[in-house]
Write a protein that binds this ligand. Structure first.
Ligand SMILES: Nc1ncnc2c1ncn2[C@@H]1O[C@H](COP(=O)(O)OP(=O)(O)OP(=O)(O)O)[C@@H](O)[C@H]1O
Ligand code: SF4
Ligand SMILES: [Mg+2]
Length: 355
């Protein structure tokens, strides 16, 4: 765990891993997203997200992890409506919302997104005040209302109100990301999707922004979907975590359960490769299944279990049948034939082989 993150962990209320409220703000049911692409000059279909079902609980943080290209950003964009889903359903506050077409403005406003690159997300020719106030202007708010709201949110994200007249190039990376967060909060959303929102920042600034996000979650009663390739950061900020592999969710559970007792062979691979600052705790040199560890193409994903080409526990059934989602422990779901009904439960052997 990097020092800067350890230092903010002490300030985090100890909710991580405690019993979670049941009521989801957002529910995804079998969401898929396919892209039409060209592969060696031929038309092909790329399966970026495949039948993902997840619940995002009110006031909590769902972390999403997985290797580059596994579909995290695509899923984020489908959630906030920037991509139309190819199929699947979504419930927001228990009401079905549009996944393949235009959504009512009220729904759009309640789900905001913060992107990785704080610079490119801001118009270089707009002042901080103009950027933050833009969504309010679109909404038809008066100048007086916009000025008051901008002043409020800019202060809430820890910037001086005097920054309203500054341009993005006059700010540091961390300050620019605070402006992006302020803009996302301007319309008082219920859900904020953060896609690698701290990944471009230095470790010390990262810790400050993570602290800010925790404060804002409490003060604004926000629900977060937090996407990152940094497993330490996800463990720190998340109440629950979903692990994605090649467009599918392979394991989900409370952050505590998942990090302490990862069950899916892919999650074990990911966690075994977390960098540590402690030289006494060496990481594995080779990930599991390293002999054949190239990630398959989402244009022609493996049949059955998509992880089977890299899995050291692969069985005949794995190439034939999609592993069902199984509750391997209370509220800890795994999609792997090792945990299917009738299969010999073998958590110990899987853990031993991966350690
Ligand atoms: N607009 C698009 N058109 C075609 N393919 C796309 C498009 N957007 C994403 N993809 C493909 O979908 C897959 C998932 O991409 P995505 O950006 O969602 O992954 P990611 O998990 O966010 O990766 P990273 O960690 O690198 O950000 C990749 O194979 C990517 O090339
Ligand atoms: S279903 Fe089979 S191939 Fe997939 S992770 Fe489980 S054991 Fe490995
Ligand atoms: Mg991404």
């Amino acid at each position: 765990m990097p020092e800067a993150i350890t230092s903010v962990q002490a300030e985090q209320p100890g909710e991580n891993g405690n019993s979670l409220p049941k009521r989801p703000l957002l529910e995804l049911i079998d969401i898929s997203k396919e892209f039409d692409v060209r592969d060696n000059g031929r038309r092909a279909t790329l399966s970026a997200v495949n039948e993902v079902s997840l619940k995002v609980r009110t006031g909590r943080t769902l972390g999403i992890v997985g290797e580059s290209g596994c579909g995290k950003s695509t899923l984020a964009r489908v959630i906030v409506g920037l991509h139309a889903a190819s199929s699947g359903e979504m419930l927001f506050e228990n009401r079905q919302i549009e996944t393949t077409g235009r959504r009512p403005r009220k729904i759009v406003e309640q789900m905001q997104m913060v992107f990785q690159d704080p610079s490119s997300a801001l118009n270089p020719r707009a002042t901080v005040g103009e950027s933050i106030g833009f969504p309010l202007r679109v909404q038809g708010a008066s100048k007086k209302e916009i000025d008051a709201r901008v002043k409020q949110v800019i202060t809430d994200v820890g910037l001086p109100a005097s920054y309203v007249g500054n341009y993005p190039h006059q700010l540091s990376g961390g300050q620019r990301q605070r402006v992006n967060i302020a803009r996302a909060l301007a319309l008082q959303p219920k859900l904020v999707v953060l896609d690698e929102a701290v990944s471009a920042l230095d470790k010390s600034i990262q810790a400050q922004v993570l602290n800010l996000l925790a404060d804002l979650q409490r003060d604004y009663q926000l629900t977060y979907v937090f996407i990152s390739h940094d497993l330490n950061v996800v463990e720190y900020i998340s109440d629950e975590v979903a692990v994605m592999y090649l467009g599918q969710v392979v394991e989900e559970g409370s952050a505590k359960a998942l990090y302490e007792n990862p069950r899916h062979p892919y999650t074990q691979l990911l966690l075994s490769s977390i960098p540590t600052l402690d030289p006494a705790q060496s990481n594995r040199d080779e990930p599991i299944g390293a002999g054949d560890s190239e990630i398959p193409s989402p244009i022609s994903p493996p049949s059955g279990c998509r992880f089977r080409t890299r899995c050291p526990f692969v069985m005949d059934i794995c190439s034939e049948v999609l592993p069902p989602r199984v509750e391997a422990a209370p509220e800890h779901i795994v999609a792997c034939h090792l945990y299917s009904e009738g299969a010999e439960r073998n958590d110990g052997a899987v853990a031993a082989a991966a350690s």
